[in-house]
Design a protein. Structure first.
Length: 228
């Protein structure tokens, strides 16, 4: 998903195109989700209307309501695609042959680069979802739990001696708090440069301050060196 400001997803060819109905429906749904992300990142969830989404997606109002009950249901689905995209980015950055600390640094660095290059993802995934009422807040918490589960899976395959039970939730929460503050104030472009301190905040609950400090120093110098 690359919903740049003012961008419109590619439209279906006009006239008789011979595409299966299932594919047409999938394509229309994808365009509506991308249109929602683009509109919300530009205007905010509260000020985004269905008409704003339709304008960016090039899809009829009738089709919209065939696929979604209302603006909220479309937005929640769009948020789900953003979360999945960011999770896939994190997974792709994890070299399974590397030590866990190296994988963590690489994955976090990739996430920061993606949020910096596509600000709409952070606006929708972190900021605007929390303005969409109780359902949005529940979805936000569920997204954090998905990232925490991914961290937990990686930790389960490492030899790290964890200092406390369920530290992955604290670690993910610490990162999310920093990202939320930066994206909310429009400073997402600088996120890659803040990798050392964000890595430190992530690692402290998982491995303690001593190892986290060493990893921060290595990240400051652009190095990778496992502590184990």
């Amino acid at each position: 998903m690359n919903p740049g400001e003012g961008s419109k997803p590619d439209r279906l060819p006009s006239g008789r195109h011979g595409m299966p109905r299932e594919l047409v429906t999938h394509y229309q749904r994808q365009r509506l989700l991308e249109g929602m992300v683009a509109a919300v990142s530009e205007k905010g969830y509260a000020d985004t209307s269905v008409a704003d989404v339709l304008e960016r997606a090039g899809v009829s109002r009738t089709t919209f309501y065939e696929l979604f009950d209302d603006k909220l249901s479309c937005f929640l689905a769009a948020h789900e695609t953003v979360v999945e995209e960011l999770l896939n980015e994190v997974r792709a950055a994890c070299d399974q042959d590397a030590r866990w600390l190296d994988r963590a640094r690489g994955a976090l660095g990739r996430l920061l680069e993606r949020l910096a290059s596509e600000p709409a993802l952070g606006r929708v995934g972190l900021v605007e979802i929390t303005t969409a009422g109780p359902a949005g807040k529940r979805r936000y918490r569920a997204a954090l739990q998905r990232f925490a589960h991914h961290v937990d899976e990686g930790l389960g395959q490492s030899e790290l001696d964890l200092p406390s039970p369920n530290p992955e939730r604290v670690a993910v929460g610490a990162v999310a708090a920093i990202l939320l503050a930066e994206v909310k104030t429009g400073r997402e472009k600088g996120l890659p440069g803040r990798l050392p301190e964000i890595l430190f905040a992530f690692l402290v609950p998982l491995v303690g301050p001593e190892i986290a400090s060493r990893q921060r120093a290595l990240a400051d110098r652009g190095l990778v060196q496992p502590d184990m």
